[in-house]
Design a protein around this ligand. Structure first.
Ligand code: 13P
Length: 244
């Protein structure tokens, strides 16, 4: 089975002094049993590179352009992320889908471009509250995941990361119960077939030190994508330790 991974999504948070404090608290992490990574706003990637270089902690972007370079104001390319030592990049976070109109097709293209550039793409998928209430959860997850599988081919899914983040559980304090999350994770693993064992399937949505252990206790939950609680070193490390 894939090694657990705990990844922090800082979203649009941070400042140079606050990041310095946070990164100092993380850089001694020993990744023998659990991988640890941070995804700061792109402007702070150089700071992560300076502080985390030589440590076990990895870093990455929160989004990537589908274009290699050129007249795309505001965009950041996969090569630029690599140039700053990024290991990961999130694609298709629900906030990108919701506020920036990202479609399954665009997200799948980002997934493909990121992988081709040598990044590990983290495909974020998840249903809204309305979709869950309409019992569409598994259909939505399957559709979002299939778009990426179709873009790269099933074999190329090995070594990538999928993050299941129910939209209704993000930043709300509501978490999927361990059983609800496990049911979706099992469906994701099944859809991945033979490569399922080579994909880290993370849960995201209000993961905190006090609920991490029971989530990680589920068979198909390989770690977490953490928002709010990744901004405080002690909370983020407590979550990571729960995955050991
Ligand atoms: P919270 O942990 O703040 O709910 O955010 C989850 C998330 O969206 C991580 O990508």
């Amino acid at each position: 089975m894939a090694k657990p991974l705990v990844l922090g999504n800082w979203k649009m948070n941070g400042s140079i002094p606050a990041n310095a404090e946070l990164l100092k608290g993380l850089r001694d992490w020993d990744a023998k049993k659990v991988e640890l990574g941070v995804c700061p706003p792109a402007v702070y990637l150089p700071q992560c590179q300076v502080v985390l270089n030589g440590s076990d902690v990895r870093w990455g972007g929160q989004d990537v352009s589908t274009h290699p370079e050129g007249a795309y104001t505001g965009e950041v390319s996969a090569r630029m992320l690599r140039e700053l030592g990024s290991h990961y990049v999130l694609v298709g976070h629900s906030e990108r889908r919701q506020y920036h109109g990202e479609t399954d097709a665009l997200v799948a293209e980002k997934f493909k471009v990121a992988q081709a550039a040598g990044l590990v793409p983290v495909l974020c998928i998840g249903e809204t509250q309305a979709e869950r209430e309409a019992e569409q959860t598994l259909a939505v997850i399957e559709r979002q995941l299939q778009a990426a599988i179709d873009a790269v081919g099933i074999a190329q899914m090995a070594g990538t990361v999928v993050a299941y983040e129910p939209v209704w559980a993000i930043g709300t304090g509501l978490t999927a119960s361990p059983e609800q999350a496990q049911a979706v994770h099992a469906a994701i693993r099944a859809q991945l077939g033979d490569v399922g064992a080579k994909v880290q399937v993370l849960y995201g949505g209000s993961v905190k030190p006090d609920n991490a252990a029971e989530l990680f206790g589920q068979r198909d939950i390989d770690g977490a994508l953490v928002g709010g609680a990744s901004l405080k070193a002690s909370d983020f490390l407590a979550i990571a330790k729960a995955a050991v």
